[in-house]
Design a protein around this ligand. Structure first.
Ligand code: HEC
Length: 440
């Protein structure tokens, strides 16, 4: 994307390493947030529809409480959803600067769709609350009934479309980050056809959606039964609904994770592989098995003692997968990073060259500082080089010394003023005139 490319600064190898660390930190916050948002909103919309169909107020209450739990408030939505996304777009434009790959474009699509999705989900949340208030009035007039009906349409639409937008946004997000890991697909990344038919993107996305539901389920368990001693005011049938449904959701989606994870690893390109990439996947699998153990025990013995553990462990699973994924990104882009670092060195020389510090071109110095008084074969202010250079042949050090500190030599000429060159500049120009002299 041209706009972001123009904001990119040249990166040294050290900066690129730093960018990889920053990406990990941002993803540690952003991915669990997006997961909880997607998984939680899906569960909420599911129970809302079920509640409406079966005319069951407990399901409706559950739907309302979940969406309030996961959306927290508008500031949190902005801070944890949109800002990290913007930061990631900047980082990926830096990392992939000069690379012909559509990653940044897809990340921008993702930002746009997430923004729309988040707005719709907040609309869903507030329309659900307001409708509940109106419906709770004991003696509604016609106006209130109309309003309630409109709210219910708004609520259905915003819930469904909010979910669709978030699913689309997550697909674009996965596409953008996954393409970066597959340098051999960079050219293909611009085709919409490839975007929707790429197996690695599709399986990774499915993994993300599945993991999102497990994490959202675990977060609900965590807040209802663990955080600050759990919620005490729950009625029995509501507590049973929360417990049974979330335990089931968490276990089902957690169980699907290992196989998807393995498929994702098998599909990684050889350029992305390293011991670390495998190591962190193995750690994630190990933690997942602990999660199964806790969930199984809770379901079998009908308790919620391990709710806190399950949530924290699932967060650890995503942390170790993020590390693994970022390692494969830096493996895959190693060659590209070297190109960027080399480009940085060139740019640095250009910048410093203006101040005469680093970029030294003998030809340029010669043109600017010597050519006015010297030519190769005729006398100007100073003697022609063809007369004076032979005596320095094989003794460039002596020539450099003269250039830096000219002495009076030939009575036929005025003395040469000191050109005030630095040692490396004097060397460059000495080498240049020798070079040129040899050719002539
Ligand atoms: C203002 C005019 C002037 C400029 C500028 C100038 N020179 Fe000279 N240069 C002279 C003159 C005059 C002499 C003859 C001095 C003498 O023989 O005492 C000379 C002599 C020389 C000689 C011959 C020294 C010898 O041993 O006979 C060399 C080599 C030389 N200049 C190189 C350079 C280089 C390289 C530069 C640019 C960095 C440069 N000069 C810039 C005027 C200039």
């Amino acid at each position: 994307m041209g706009f972001f490319d123009s904001l990119v600064l040249p990166q040294s190898a050290e900066h690129i390493t730093l960018l990889h660390y920053m990406t990990k930190l941002i993803l540690f916050v952003f991915l669990p947030f997006l997961s909880v948002l997607i998984g939680g909103a899906t569960i909420s919309v599911f129970y809302k529809n079920k509640g409406l169909k079966e005319n069951n107020s407990i399901f409706l209450r559950f739907a309302k409480e979940i969406i309030e739990l996961i959306t927290i408030n508008k500031t949190a939505g902005l801070l944890m959803g949109l800002l990290p996304m913007l930061a990631l777009i900047f980082i990926y434009s830096q990392l992939l600067h000069l690379a012909k790959v559509a990653s940044v474009t897809y990340l921008i699509f993702s930002l746009v769709t997430i923004t729309i999705g988040v707005i719709l989900i907040f609309t869903y949340r507030y329309s659900l609350s307001v409708k509940k208030i109106i419906d709770s009035s004991s003696n509604p007039n016609d106006e209130a009934k109309d309003l309630s009906e409109n709210l219910s349409t708004l609520n259905n639409k915003s819930g469904t479309w909010g979910l669709i937008m978030l699913y689309v946004a997550s697909y674009f997000f996965i596409a953008g980050t996954t393409y970066a890991i597959y340098p051999e697909s960079w050219d293909a990344s611009f085709s919409v056809f490839n975007l929707f038919l790429s197996l690695p993107i599709f399986t990774k996305w499915i993994y993300f959606i599945v993991a999102s539901h497990a994490i959202a389920g675990a977060l609900i368990l965590f807040t209802y039964f663990y955080w600050e001693g759990g919620r005490q005011e729950l009625s029995d049938d509501f507590a049973t609904l929360v417990k049974n449904s979330t335990l089931k959701i968490t276990l089902t989606f957690a169980l699907a994770q290992p196989i998807l994870l393995l498929i994702n690893v098998v599909l990684l390109p050889s350029t992305a592989l390293s011991v670390g990439v495998f190591g962190f996947v193995v750690i994630a699998l190990f933690i997942l098995f602990l999660v199964f153990h806790f969930l199984y025990d809770m379901i079998k013995n009908s308790h919620v003692k391990f709710s806190g553990w399950v949530f924290i462990l699932l967060i650890f699973v995503s942390v170790s997968l993020i590390i693994s994924e970022q390692l494969s990104l830096s493996n895959s882009t190693r060659k590209h990073s070297a190109i960027l670092a080399a480009d940085y060195e060139v740019k640095k020389k250009e910048l410093l060259g203006d101040k005469g510090i680093a970029a030294i071109s003998g030809a340029e110095i010669y043109q600017a500082r010597c050519a006015s008084c010297h030519a190769f074969d005729k006398r100007l202010v100073g003697p022609p080089y063809k007369e004076t250079l032979p005596k320095y042949q094989g003794n460039i050090e002596k020539l450099i010394q003269f250039i830096r500190n000219p002495t009076k030599i030939d009575p036929a000429y005025p003395p040469m003023p000191n050109p005030g060159l630095k040692p490396n500049e004097a060397r460059a120009v000495a080498e240049y005139i020798f070079e040129k002299y040899k050719v002539q």
